[in-house]
Design a protein around this ligand. Structure first.
Ligand code: AMP
Length: 274
């Protein structure tokens, strides 16, 4: 496995490998990240991963400083997962002092995480565009766990005509339904017990809506069940899977999207409405 920490090292590695498939990450890797790597490898050719905790996508009161970092463990996992190249840029490489451009996405970035975390998706879009410019991957792999993020990146790539295929990968979960996340390690034992309530509520609501239950009544019951479990819902809504606009009736492209606070951790999850 090649490791590149500077742009010249990256360019030298890419000159040898040719076009790669890229898995962008912020490290603290788990089986969800490794599923993206496995999907990239399954599609053929060399697979690369990037690890960069992107300061631009964290709000001023968010957990940038406390975000988990484990480079040694991450490199061992990537190696075991068959990764060919790891790109480990530093902040000065990603954001030179004279940099003056950011990418703002409207449309699917407007609501939900976009509304609750001002600047978050501009930070994500900017760093992903830079990673694409540096690595020039033929395809890039993103987790459906961050459903809105996949739609925002897809919108950006379409709008800016970027020559990369965006490949969504299904969410990897614990046996009790909790979506794997680097931040789950901050759940205390009681929070960890309560956390699967978000996925349980999503699955119940998806089944009800698919069976033609009233959408508003179903969403209200789901929000109540989260409160019952001790979670504080930021949102729990039925949306169009690609535009992310709220919808009031079932639809072939309907998606249920939720975020809730569970102790110190904000949990995100989403499911299709069968
Ligand atoms: P992060 O390191 O949290 O920024 O995540 C890097 C990539 O891994 C993103 O595309 C995430 O959507 C994806 N990812 C994170 N958790 C999971 C999961 N449980 N299942 C699938 N993909 C995931």
């Amino acid at each position: 496995m090649r490791i590149a920490r500077t742009l010249p090292e990256l360019r030298a590695a890419l000159a040898e490998f040719g076009p790669v498939r890229l898995v962008p990450t912020m490290g603290a890797l788990h089986e969800g990240h490794l599923a993206l790597l496995a999907a990239a490898r399954a599609d053929g050719g060399p697979a690369a991963a990037s690890i960069f905790v992107n300061p631009l996508q964290f709000g001023p009161n968010e957990d940038f400083a406390r975000y988990p970092r484990d480079e040694t463990g991450d490199l061992a996992k990537l190696q075991a997962g068959g990764c060919d190249l790891v790109w480990l840029p530093d902040v000065a490489t990603m954001y030179p002092a004279d940099a003056a451009s950011t990418i703002t996405v409207g449309g699917p970035a407007r609501l939900w995480e976009g509304e609750l975390r001002p600047g978050h998706f501009a930070g994500v879009a900017t760093v992903v565009a830079k990673l694409f410019g540096q690595v020039r991957p033929r395809a890039a792999y993103f987790g459906e766990k961050d459903w809105q993020q996949v739609q925002v990146i897809t919108r950006m790539v379409t709008d800016l005509l970027l020559p990369v295929d965006i490949v969504p990968v299904p969410t990897v979960r614990e046996p009790d339904g909790l979506a794997l996340s680097s931040r789950n390690r901050f759940l205390g034992p009681a929070d960890r017990e309560a956390a699967p309530a978000i996925n349980a509520a999503l699955r119940r609501a998806a089944t009800a809506i698919a069976a033609s239950a009233d959408v508003e009544t179903t969403l209200a019951a789901a929000r109540a069940s989260l409160a019952q479990a001790g979670l504080t819902a930021d949102y729990f809504n039925l949306v169009h899977a690609h535009s992310l606009e709220p919808i009031s009736k079932n639809h072939p492209h309907a998606r249920l999207l939720a975020a809730a606070k569970c102790g110190p951790v904000r949990l995100l999850d989403n499911v299709a409405v069968g």
